[in-house]
Design a protein around this ligand. Structure first.
Ligand SMILES: Cc1cc2nc3c(=O)[nH]c(=O)nc-3n(C[C@H](O)[C@H](O)[C@H](O)COP(=O)(O)OP(=O)(O)OC[C@H]3O[C@@H](n4cnc5c(N)ncnc54)[C@H](O)[C@@H]3O)c2cc1C
Length: 372
């Protein structure tokens, strides 16, 4: 079946990969170059982690996501993934990390817990209160996002998939089953998948409140020399404090130490994102002051601005109209699901999977895929 895919980020590229695997004929449109550095999917890394507070559906989805990444690595012939595990810190009953532990128990998934002394011994760069405890998951870690995106593009090109870069889709017509291109031409197919990231509401204004374009900043840092070795052996830090929504990607396989803060984001038009302010990287890093020993010894290397579409409850937005399937509102957590989302979108677009089941799963209301 011919399927048009709008968007060349991780979701669009993985959908094209899955369509090829399932014997279909995708044509992918990307308004920018490929890879598109101005999208949400192009950065040194994205985290994949099992803890998901009380969001059982997304926690279960991570297990299926890991299996889908393995299928992708087999096809790509490389593994741009470091399974370094993840650490989340709890300081109060029923906080994000504690709820994650309850969810892991409910799903029968393994984890280890560390007390504050263990945390300080294993991760001497951290400073946590005496009552804190850590939730460590062996599975999960760092997905090297830019390497994955580049490798997928190579894979699709080698298989003769039409990748139409620098081609903006200006409208989608579900009734006619076609898209209009910025040169005035139209292309039709039996099915269309729209994975337009922060640009979703530009094509579907009715989704403007459910997939709100945002601007986010991450900071790259160099740790002080006396903490460099410990950082290089550290897991992904997914929830370090209840006071600030902060996470860190440790350096691995040549990537750099990166800090992010969910609270730093703000709404912004992805076509005219304000460039990095002078002190913005420092402002992101400052959120780590209370959890890092020797914070003032870190060197800020640079910041990076990224666009993404955020849904108010952080559940992905899935919509269907005729033969058009839209996925949006990917918020700060879609990359980890890229491969499995591509597979499930491909099945849904081609009629192998009922849309309603896909939507429930994508909204984090399902379970493991084989149980759906
Ligand atoms: C700072 C930051 C940190 C994050 N950290 C994590 C993390 O640790 N773990 C995690 O799982 N997720 C994380 N995320 C979220 C994750 O990166 C995104 O959810 C994911 O990359 C979205 O992929 P996408 O393909 O939907 O969007 P994008 O990568 O933005 O791709 C959409 C593409 O569609 C193209 N496009 C849009 N409209 C059109 C059109 N009309 N015609 C043609 N092309 C079009 C765009 O140019 C763009 O290239 C983070 C996001 C950010 C910004």
């Amino acid at each position: 079946m011919k399927v048009l895919v709008v968007g060349g980020g991780i979701v669009g590229l993985a959908t094209a990969w899955a369509l090829v695997r399932q014997g279909h004929d995708p044509v992918l449109f990307e308004q920018g170059p490929l890879p598109h550095e101005g999208g949400a999917s192009y950065d040194q890394h994205r985290l994949i982690r099992l803890p998901y507070a009380d969001q059982r559906g997304y926690c279960a989805m991570v297990i299926d996501a890991l299996a889908a990444w393995d299928r992708l690595w087999d096809d790509l012939g490389e593994t741009p993934y470091a399974e370094i595990g993840s650490l989340a810190v709890s300081t109060e009953e029923n906080d994000w990390t504690d709820l994650s532990r309850v969810t892991l128990d409910a799903l029968g998934l393994d984890y280890e817990t560390f007390d504050a002394g263990d945390i300080h011994a294993r991760y001497p760069f951290l400073t946590v209160p005496q009552e804190a405890w850590g939730l460590f998951n062996r599975r999960g870690g760092l997905l090297f996002a830019d390497r994955i995106v580049e490798s997928l593009i190579r894979y699709l090109r080698q298989r003769g998939v039409r990748l139409r870069e620098e081609t903006r889709i200006v409208s989608v017509d579900p009734a006619a089953g076609c898209v209009s291109l910025d040169d005035g031409s139209r292309e039709s197919a039996e099915a269309i998948v729209v994975a337009a990231g922060a640009w979703t509401a530009k094509l579907f204004p009715e989704l403007a409140r459910r997939a709100v374009p945002h601007r986010q900043v991450v900071a790259y840092l160099e740790p002080p020399e006396h903490h460099a070795e410990a950082w290089a052996a550290a897991p992904a830090m997914v929830h370090l404090s209840n006071a600030a929504d902060i996470y860190a990607a440790p350096p691995a396989e040549g990537s750099e130490l990166k800090f992010g803060s969910g609270t730093h984001r703000r709404p912004g038009d992805p076509d005219s994102l304000e460039s990095l302010g002078k002190d913005e990287a420092a402002a992101v890093a400052a959120a780590f002051r209370d959890v890092l020993r020797d914070f003032d010894d870190y060197t800020i290397l640079r910041g990076r601005v990224c666009p993404y579409g955020v849904s108010p409850d952080e559940r992905f937005v899935a919509e269907r109209n005729g033969g058009v399937t839209v996925i949006g509102g990917c918020s700060g957590h879609m990359f980890k699901f890229g491969a499995v989302m591509g597979e499930e979108l491909a099945k849904t677009a081609t009629g192998e999977r009922p849309f309603e089941a896909f939507r429930d799963w994508a909204e984090g209301r399902g379970g493991r895929l084989e149980e759906d």
